[in-house]
Design a protein around this ligand. Structure first.
Ligand SMILES: [Fe+2]
Ligand SMILES: [Fe+2]
Length: 206
């Protein structure tokens, strides 16, 4: 148990403070940098800060689920998704730096909150836990879709990252469903939407 805690704590510190790695090449990484006005750069960097923040939360959710689940099959099946979340973290981080932006100052807070929520969801058993993951991934997918409307049209280096993340999140939702996710009550889904609105709203600025 103590080992688990130490490993978890180490993971948390690395997630929030160390650069993430990627196996797949960064989507759009070979495209030329677009001519962007200062306002466009700021907007793209702010949106990517929100997405980076979402990926910090995803790390916490997947880590919480791996710590709490007793089903080795489910744990293994979710490892691939968790690995892709780490890549998303790396891609958004890199793009924020390219755009001259910065990461959210509140990342430790978002991480801690998400870990707590993830561990709470896990208490209700694997079905609910997976349902929570599936619903989170669906909401993130919808959110990324809305970013494609707000990002500068010609900022392809940013857009390609968001497009690939959106594809991955949809696949993660499918994985959770395949593993036996239960459908959450509407009121829970609404509460999740409301809290993610707070996070995305704040992270756009801070
Ligand atoms: Fe992600
Ligand atoms: Fe995901």
């Amino acid at each position: 148990m103590l080992d688990q805690l130490i490993i978890g704590f180490d993971k948390a510190l690395r997630t929030v403070f160390a650069p993430a790695g990627t196996v797949r090449p960064v989507p759009g990484g070979d495209l030329p940098e677009a001519e962007l006005s200062d306002e466009e750069k700021r907007r793209a960097a702010s949106l990517m800060r929100v997405n980076h923040c979402g990926e910090i939360c995803a790390q916490a959710l997947y880590q919480g689920q791996a710590m709490m689940s007793r089903d080795e099959g489910i744990k293994r099946a979710l490892e691939g998704a968790a690995q892709e979340e780490t890549e998303h973290l790396a891609w958004t981080e890199r793009r924020i730096a390219e755009l001259g932006g910065r990461k959210s100052l509140l990342n430790p807070l978002w991480y801690g909150g998400s870990l707590a929520i993830g561990m709470l969801a896990a208490k209700f058993g694997d079905g609910v836990n997976l349902g929570f993951l599936a619903e989170t991934e669906r909401q993130v997918e919808a959110h990324l879709k809305s970013h494609l409307d707000r990002l500068p049209e010609h900022d392809l280096r940013t857009r390609e990252i968001v497009v690939q993340m959106k594809v991955d999140e949809a696949a993660h939702a499918d994985t959770a469903l395949r593993l036996g996710a239960v459908e959450l009550p509407g009121v829970v889904k609404a509460a999740m939407k409301a809290s993610s609105r707070v996070m995305t709203g704040v992270a756009y600025w801070v």
